[in-house]
Ligand binder design. Structure first.
Ligand SMILES: [Zn+2]
Length: 383
């Protein structure tokens, strides 16, 4: 039997995905990838473990596999999973029962004996003209030959799948993090976050193909109103295939990672509202010494900005209306009116970009008589 932990088995239904019993919004795993690792030390440990699993996996090609090598592989995969235990979907793989299963698969006493006997049968078969199956049945009538061959083949397949998934994991992380991170930056700069603007640069930046080993329809239970759903089950033997699939699938539902302007972490954007902050904690303390969420901090900043801009605009509008009125009544020429209006506008722009100026000289500077007086000498004059 193929164990669940040697593939990323993902059930997709609508904008949700279920991996090993855990349910996420599609695209959420990309956000976790972008936020993964606290600092370079964690990343270094991850790199060393993953690359070592890759090297160690070479032993699986030999006829006789030493048990110590299998023990080392199992232990390294368990350590690696512990490092990514907060990164979806590996959260589902790093549960104690799953880790025990990985350890058990590699350290099972029988595994190595199976392999050795299997190899002997193959060697005998090669010079007797019998099949390995027949060799086994003749020499070991006590064993269930079919079950034995299944187990021998499956254990090797399991080892290989595990070492591909985890031996490639570091390189997969680095590559997909760079690609998806760059894309998230580009999305941020778009005039409009919709499929028309996003899809072309997504296809330009990311690999187009996500390879699945196999796929089937299953009934899966999800949260919410429609509990039981028909889900499309996909088996991913490499993380990179899963994560790009998750990204594209998420994008199809308008989900994509976006960087929070307050805390700098990524969050999943799931609608088109012009929201620039995540709902996590900002680390900034408000009244009552409570830590504020990034949204609360963003809202306050927005309000402050708006309030300041509003008071600037009130002063500006009063002066501009005064200039219009003077022109209308024939007190000033059209040229002088135009000149004064441009001056007033410049004054307003300066105040918006310079808080000290807005709170200081702005109010005295914003004066129509001052603008009239500043007009080029011998210029427009009064009407
Ligand atoms: Zn935030």
């Amino acid at each position: 039997m193929v164990k669940a932990y040697d593939y990323i088995v993902a059930d997709y239904a609508g904008n949700k995905v279920k991996v090993n019993g855990e349910e996420y919004k599609v695209g959420a795993c990309c956000v976790d990838l972008l936020n993964s690792f606290n600092g370079p030390e964690e990343e270094k440990a991850f790199e060393e473990l993953s690359l070592r699993i890759r090297e160690e996996s070479a032993v699986l090609e030999s006829d006789v596999i030493p048990q110590e090598a299998l023990d080392a592989l199992g232990a390294d995969i368990v350590s690696l999973l512990r490092l990514v235990k907060n990164v979806h979907p590996f959260t589902a793989f790093a549960a104690d029962t799953q880790l025990d299963a990985v350890r058990g698969a590699f350290s099972a006493d029988d595994a190595i004996r199976f392999r050795r006997l299997y190899n002997e049968c193959c060697v005998t078969a090669s010079y007797t003209g019998m099949s390995p199956y027949e060799v086994l049945r003749e020499n070991r009538p006590d064993l269930d030959a079919k079950l034995f061959f299944d187990m021998a083949a499956n254990s090797l397949k399991l080892f290989k799948n595990l070492t591909v998934l985890y031996g490639e994991l570091y390189l997969d992380f680095i590559y997909s993090k760079r690609k998806i991170g760059a894309l998230a930056d580009q999305f941020c700069a778009l005039p409009k976050a919709d499929a028309e603007h996003m899809m072309p640069i997504a296809f330009e930046t990311l690999p187009k193909v996500a390879t699945q080993t196999k796929t089937q329809f299953v009934k899966a239970d999800f949260s919410g109103r429609n509990k039981s759903q028909l889900a499309n089950r996909l088996y991913f033997s490499r993380y990179i295939d899963f994560i790009f699939y998750d990204f594209y699938h998420g994008l199809g539902f308008g989900h994509y990672p976006r960087k929070c302007e307050i805390c700098g972490k990524f969050y999943l954007k799931t609608d088109s509202r012009p929201q620039r902050y995540c709902s996590g904690l900002s680390g900034i303390t408000g009244r009552n010494h409570r830590v504020l969420t990034c949204r609360a901090v963003g809202k306050r900043r927005g309000e402050k900005e708006r309030a300041v801009n509003d008071s600037i605009l009130i002063v500006y509008k009063r002066v501009r209306d005064g200039i219009r009125q003077d022109e209308h009544r024939g007190n000033i020429s059209a040229e002088l009116s135009k000149f004064a209006k441009i001056e007033a506008q410049n004054c307003k722009e300066k105040a918006i970009h310079d808080t000290a100026y807005a709170n200081g000289a702005y109010v005295t500077d914003m004066n129509k008589d001052r603008f009239y007086a500043a007009a080029p000498s011998g210029g427009f004059g009064s009407a």
